[in-house]
Design a protein around this ligand. Structure first.
Ligand code: 13P
Ligand code: SF4
Length: 343
């Protein structure tokens, strides 16, 4: 049975045609994903924006993703987020004024520190990173971008995800003793730049609460119960979890892993539940897909089908996502460095 919202969205999409593009991140609910023209991981979504021609880009995801889209879209295009209050817990752990203070203090040393921001950050953070010669990365290109940043300075400040930073450093063979978690207390004023002198990687103490729920013992339990099962997790999980899994990757890499698994496989996935449930449904006749543990992102869940319908009905009067020009200038430079390095 078609709901009222489904019908409204279908009709508006038909009327608007190529004037409207609906984008959605893989963590969105099925009832939202079903209406998207484009879906993907953070990198794929960002990459597609510059080539879009539609006047309206409706972004079903969280704030930092819509902000990134707004900075990569043309001046005459409008990026609308149905749930403007959909933040990201991890992104909130990196307030711009603290990074500003930390970078100023690190610049007083004789070492060149290149900041590398995970895309899960505000435009203001991306702006600071761009201003200091740094760039942005996503979970899909973190290894390439950390390598890129390492080649440009004496050390790299990676923020805000400590787990992604450590997992990527493990993949690049950066020794643990060359890494250090920064003390960002007191607005960054407690950080002692002298202590960073022999370090190659400075990590911000941030994390994603949704991925932090997955623990090593969950994988141990599966290995005991079902030794043939495969386990894949998102690299926002703790390094100990990534080490015990068969693979780790971005949301798109997880989808590819499931697609490529042999029929009859059992796969446990450590990431947001909407994606796991969608994969379980799509593969129910050939593979057993299970969550490592059910873990849901309440910010991703703020976009519902009825909110999307309401947004589309009010497109002309909706407030587009805007990033102030002075912030966007350097943030765009940071994003473009990433798109160029990963073309
Ligand atoms: P992806 O870039 O892998 O889609 O991840 C985005 C995200 O927010 C994961 O928590
Ligand atoms: Fe942010 Fe975690 Fe939600 Fe991703 S899953 S949007 S990192 S809070």
């Amino acid at each position: 049975m078609t709901s009222n919202s489904t019908q409204i969205i279908t009709d508006i999409r038909k009327q608007r045609g190529s004037n409207l593009v609906i984008m959605g991140h893989h963590y969105q609910h099925d009832r939202v994903i079903l209406h998207t023209d484009l879906r993907g991981d953070s990198l794929e979504l960002a990459r597609q924006v510059p080539s879009l021609k539609a006047e309206y880009i409706v972004f079903c995801g969280v704030q930092f993703m819509a902000e990134t889209a707004a900075m990569l879209a043309g001046e005459e295009q409008k990026v609308i987020i149905p749930a403007p209050d959909a933040g990201c817990i991890m992104s909130n752990m990196a307030p711009a004024h603290i990074l500003d203070c930390v970078m100023r203090r690190l610049s007083e040393t004789d070492r060149r520190v290149i900041p590398l921001a995970y895309v899960n950050t505000s435009a203001a953070i991306k702006g600071i990173v761009g201003r200091y010669g740094g760039s942005v990365c996503t979970s899909a290109n973190a290894k390439t971008m950390l390598d890129w940043a390492m080649k440009r300075g004496d050390s790299v400040l990676f923020l805000p995800d400590q787990n992604l930073g450590n997992n990527t450093a493990d993949a690049l063979g950066i020794p643990a003793e060359k890494r250090m978690v920064l003390d960002i207390r007191n607005g960054g004023r407690d950080m002692n730049p002298a202590q960073t002198a022999d370090k190659r990687l400075l990590l911000w103490p941030g994390l994603c609460a949704i991925h932090e729920r997955f623990r090593e013992e969950h994988i141990d339990e599966i290995r005991q119960r079902d030794p043939d099962a495969l386990v894949i997790v998102h690299p926002e999980c703790r390094p100990g979890v990534v080490a015990k899994a068969d693979a780790a990757g971005s949301t798109s890499a997880i989808i590819t892993f499931v697609d490529n698994a042999l029929p009859g496989s059992t796969i446990y996935i450590g990431t947001e539940i909407n994606l796991v449930e969608r994969l379980a449904k799509a593969n129910r006749d050939s593979k057993r897909i299970r969550p490592l543990r059910p873990s849901s992102c309440r910010n991703m869940a703020k976009t519902t089908e009825s909110l999307l319908a309401e947004t589309l009905m009010n497109l002309e009067t909706s407030e587009p996502v805007r990033v102030p020009d002075d912030v966007a200038y350097y943030a765009r430079i940071a994003l473009e460095r990433m798109l160029e390095a990963c073309a």
